[in-house]
Design a protein around this ligand. Sequence first.
Ligand code: PHE
Length: 438
Amino acid sequence: MSNPGKREQFGSRIGFILASAGAAVGLGNIWRFPFVAGENGGAAFVFIYLILVFAIGMPLILAEFVIGRRGQGDPVGSVKRVCGKAFAPLGGMGILAALVILSFYAVVGGWTIKYALDAIMGALGTDVASAGGAFEAFIASPFPVIGYQALFMLGTYLIVAKGVGGGIERFCTIFMPLFFILLIVLAIRSMTLPGAAEGLAFYLKPDFSKVNSSTILAALGQTFFSLSLGIGGMLTYGSYLDRKEPLVGPAFQICFLDSLVAFISGLVIFPAVFAFGFEPSAGAGLTFVTLPVVFGKMPGGAIFAILFFVLLLIAALTSSVSLLEVGNAYLVDERKWSRGKASAVLSGATFLAGVPSAISLGGGLNIAGKSFLDTMDFLASKVMMPLGGMGFALVGGFLVYKVAKEELPASVYPVWRFLCCFVAPVAIAWIFFSGLKW
Ligand code: PHE
């Protein structure tokens, strides 16, 4: 840091927007959104999703930005200063949730490194049965999985250790634009395949008859996960933003970019999957089994497979650095550790905490029928994120509204407050209670 004693900051507005959009854009946009949309009414789902992103997601991002920017610190320090000491556990839970997510996110991040390397070597499977078998065998083999997980954590550490401007911002300003270019190239390739129309119809044909409360619930859960809400990540990034910078425009742009990436991912996946007559499956199976086989069948498929896994790796890394930065900021701001020491210790600890997740898919480590990895995912996405989001909405709307009034434009403030006080808490309570199925 060139400015000893002064807190780090993002160097530019665009750097801040790309870093925050990078935090939001992740595996969830690529492997989860398209499938959830396809199954829940296509364009009808996309429409509902967009309403939720802007009516609930954006106000929550703003609540975190306001607290972080005013508090000038990590989630614990900022919440203490802006909301009062009694609320520090809200920040603490965010940090813990971020580390829990990172512990298993790095395992899946490691898989993307392995598949990117396989794509480069031309070693991806050519039929679904053998590719599926190879994937199952790979994720059940502890040593390679832990090795790739360690490599992914090392990458995350190296970026975070270099600082906010020189590490996170620089990485995201180079790689997020590359990410968009790759995504668009892949979407064009996919949509120009013969037979692509059937996939587009599956993905987007509006079917309002499929819209019911469970569709809305699915859209709400996806909004939360996709925008990385409720864990203090946006709070931490907001704390590195200059006082003079506006908050509303960037929050809108982050929501817009995140939704756009999710939407375009569907244009990559479904046309290609249908053009080659495959069944669209969900989650890891789609990403690591079906898609590699689909790429193998396209003209020029080897190149497109490499592009796809590089794309996935970028998405995962720009999210993982935000997860590490939440706890890192705490050690630096509150505990006065050096950034280098904080990021090294925290990456090491998170790596170790992820080892049970890494070895759990071999079938050994189950908790009440779920693998350890799925249990961590459940705990973080279904319990901690909604609780944290509820906390930030309520604290924002009922406690720090005076600060928000100063930070937000007069035209936005009343709408924001209404959404935080009433709409977001009710919606979150609803996801929490109806979504809480083991
Ligand atoms: N938003 C990320 C995704 O869509 C996941 C994530 C959640 C990242 C929480 C950081 C924090 O994949």
